[in-house]
Ligand binder design. Structure first.
Ligand code: FEO
Ligand code: CA
Ligand code: CA
Length: 725
């Protein structure tokens, strides 16, 4: 095993420099991640320790969470951070506290099959090879432990399937000379093919390799899911006339998944990959407007389906017989009344939560329409209790968009664990979809998105809903009608295993206006960068809520703001409200993830504070909703004032919030997973050196590239999953 893994590791990274391979010869046992925390065991901790609290997610009772929630502190041992904060920096490398090391697990283009050659990373790798290479822009991910029979085993820490999203591409570095575009059209089929295949997600088998993990290159579970993978459409919107395309006259299938940002998982061992910024990939120019109804135009505008298409995939001529390019043209170009001869409805088949069974490589992924259609960041499961509904929390990541919750109709039966996509049919095809309203007094309400309720009707203005399928397809419009609270770009959510409270990042919102702040999105300020104004909520915040009576399917909750991101030197009365210091200041929280211990990890996707530091990973020890106080903020812009009252959690200070890692230049830190024994942390370094436009960039001059991570020298930068031990 040791020799095999070493061989695999070296062969897949033989051109990589020493730092990536460092420590692979050191097979000494390393401490579990939770040993960064000193555990001061109290009597209650013995009863409700971190592992017990984690187990509660699958086997506990809501009463246990309720008691934890009602007490002064979340259940479990007291936690303490035991590493020294990493200093902010703009170095083109990974910076970790002393005593921690990292290695590359899977970088852009790495082979997922033994016969695929190592990635050349110079644009010469064949397009079709990406059917068995890692895609680009690694994002959300989840570790599924696997037993000897190849079944899901949440306790297995030696071997598992890692599901990794590939959200987007840095196109310039995928091709020898960047994208070929002539007169606004793509002229190379091969380039577009490679781009379409570099999106989606990967399933890879990973095995412990000494301290760290490595990919099993010839595993039968390794799989790429791309924009070409056949998908079933399930749930209430399946068979809706609004989902008919030339690809599926019955509106029960679509081709591919795209813009797979964050993720989720299920208590039956399947993966949820979520479609976020898909709308921009569809081409729909103004000529199409005349062929659409007034109602359709409202929906197309609300979802941003107006443009040339982000990568111009629809412009390749001639198209193939299977319309692999033309399917990105979401326009009425046919002669049918129902869209059965074109792709006018293609965009309605994107924007969903997609369920993938990693343990069944031949299974067809299922788009779960009951969870609504929007710019899905991810889908995070709430606490799981036998005999109660299952819950997922979701964010729609755009400025002024909403936070959603799905509650299953079926009640959880532990016999469904390992039930695969059939269990998904039971729990994810039938349920209630809610959207959040955050009240000024610190209370909140879940508003059901249901035909005939909350202002959602056939005569709603501006959009007339036809039926419940239409409500789910146009969930954003339904949420508008219901009166949801417009948030500062909801990104990741995470549920505290100790008390069931839900945290969600609101990454930033440049459109937040001085006169439009509210209690849950209370800041308007200027955070200048290199002398250029950045107004609105430039740095973002993290909100959290506690469901009424700790019941995940409650329809009301209490909330406060867990953390306000800010520069350490920003005004403490209006901007740096969480009293951040040099050890823990940050901007634009995005990824968010709870370890079993109750430790919260925060990742940033920042463009605001990057004059001072690259993106980072921080560790926090959270308290609970209501542990702080109400606070009045006076927002200003010149001589204009707006006073707002908000609710803010207890100040953490450097004792409970510390920077753990800083990434390379021009990257985003995203995706988090942990081996079940807590000894290895998987983190994604997404798009280092992604800025490939502007006069300061030339593909022919590596000196103009912002990053050469991970291989260094004059190499092209690559996204990668790293393992920290
Ligand atoms: Fe893809 Fe919302 O970050
Ligand atoms: Ca994200
Ligand atoms: Ca982001």
């Amino acid at each position: 095993m040791k020799e095999l893994s070493k061989k695999l590791f070296t062969s897949s990274h033989e051109s990589a420099p020493t730092p990536i391979l460092a420590d692979t010869d050191n097979f000494s046992a390393n401490p579990a991640f939770d040993q960064v925390l000193a555990l001061r065991l109290s009597r209650r901790a013995v009863l409700q320790g971190g592992m017990a609290a984690a187990a509660a997610l699958y086997f506990g009772s809501s009463a246990m969470l309720r008691s934890a929630h009602a007490d002064d502190q979340p259940a479990g041992p007291s936690l303490k951070l035991k590493f020294n904060a990493v200093v902010k920096n703009k170095d083109d490398k990974i910076t970790l506290p002393a005593g921690y090391s990292w290695s590359i697990l899977l970088a852009t283009g790495d082979p997922l099959a033994a016969h695929i050659s190592p990635y050349a990373n110079d644009g010469t790798d064949a397009a079709n090879s990406f059917r068995q290479r890692a895609g680009d822009h690694n994002d959300g991910m989840h570790f599924f432990g696997m037993d000897k029979e190849g079944k899901w085993d949440p306790q297995s820490a030696e071997r598992g399937l890692l599901c990794i999203n590939h959200e987007a591409i840095t196109a310039a570095f995928l091709h020898q000379q960047g994208q070929t575009i002539v007169d606004g059209k793509r002229t190379s089929d091969a380039e577009v093919m490679k781009e379409m295949l570099a999106h989606g997600m990967s399933v890879v088998e990973v095995r412990r390799n000494g301290k760290t993990f490595s990919v099993v290159k010839n595993s039968r579970w390794n799989r790429r899911i791309t924009t070409f993978t056949d998908m079933k459409i399930t749930g209430p919107a399946a068979r809706s006339p609004q989902l008919i395309t030339k690809y599926s006259l019955t509106a029960t299938r679509t081709r591919g998944t795209l813009a797979n940002c964050a993720n989720g998982h299920t208590p039956w061992g399947t993966y949820l990959t979520c479609e976020e910024n898909w709308a921009g990939f569809f081409r729909r120019t103004p000529a199409d407007d005349a062929k659409r109804s007034a109602n359709e135009l409202v929906a197309l505008k609300r979802y941003g389906l107006n443009g040339k298409g982000k990568e111009l995939w629809a412009t390749v001529e001639p198209d193939t017989a299977d319309n692999r390019f033309g399917r990105w043209h979401a326009a009425n170009t046919g002669t049918s009344n129902d869209g059965s001869d074109d792709y006018r409805n293609a965009a309605n088949t994107y924007g969903w939560v997609v369920e993938v069974d990693p343990f069944n490589p031949d299974s067809t992924p299922k788009k779960r329409t009951a969870l609504g259609r929007f710019a899905h960041e991810g889908a995070w499961p709430g606490p799981v209790f036998t005999g109660q509904p299952l819950v997922w929390y979701m964010g729609c990541d755009s400025r002024h968009e909403y936070i959603y919750k799905y509650v299953s109709s079926a009640l959880w039966d532990p016999k469904d664990a390992n039930g695969g996509l059939a269990a998904g049919d039971k729990y994810l095809n039938d349920g209630k979809l809610y959207v959040a309203r955050f009240n000024a007094d610190g209370s909140g309400v879940w508003l059901e998105l249901c035909m005939g309720k909350n202002g959602i009707n056939t005569d709603s203005v501006p959009y007339n809903f036809k039926d419940q399928a239409d409500v789910l397809i146009n969930a954003r419009l339904a949420a508008d009608a219901a009166g949801a609270t417009k948030m500062d770009r909801p990104e990741w959510g995470a549920v505290n295993p100790r008390n069931g409270e839900v945290y969600m990042t609101l990454t930033n919102n440049a459109l937040r206006a001085l006169d439009k702040v509210d209690a849950a999105n209370p800041r308007y300020y200027n955070d200048p960068k290199n002398g250029v104004a950045q107004k609105g909520n430039a740095n973002g915040h993290i909100i959290r809520w506690a469901e009424q009576d700790a019941l995940p399917n409650a329809t009301s909750f209490e909330w406060d703001v867990f953390l306000f991101a800010a520069r350490e030197n920003a005004d403490p009365a209006t901007v740096n409200l969480s009293a951040l210091s040099s050890d823990n200041d940050f901007s634009s929280p995005d990824g968010l993830w709870f370890a079993n211990s109750g430790l919260l990890w925060i990742e940033t996707d920042d463009h605001t504070y990057t004059d001072v530091s690259n993106c980072m990973l921080l560790a926090a020890i959270p308290g609970k909703v209501g542990d702080g106080q109400s606070r009045t903020i006076i927002n200003t812009d010149g001589d204009k004032l707006n006073t707002i009252n908000t609710h803010i959690g207890a100040t953490l200070g450097e004792e409970k919030l510390r920077r753990f890692m800083v990434g390379p230049v021009d990257c985003e830190i995203t995706g988090l997973a942990e081996s079940p024994d807590g000894r290895a942390l998987f983190v994604n370094i997404q798009h280092p050196g992604e800025t490939t436009s502007g006069k300061n960039f030339s593909l022919n001059d590596p000196a103009t590239w912002l990053s050469h991570w991970p291989a260094g020298g004059t190499s092209r930068p690559r996204s990668a999953t790293i393992v920290i031990t």
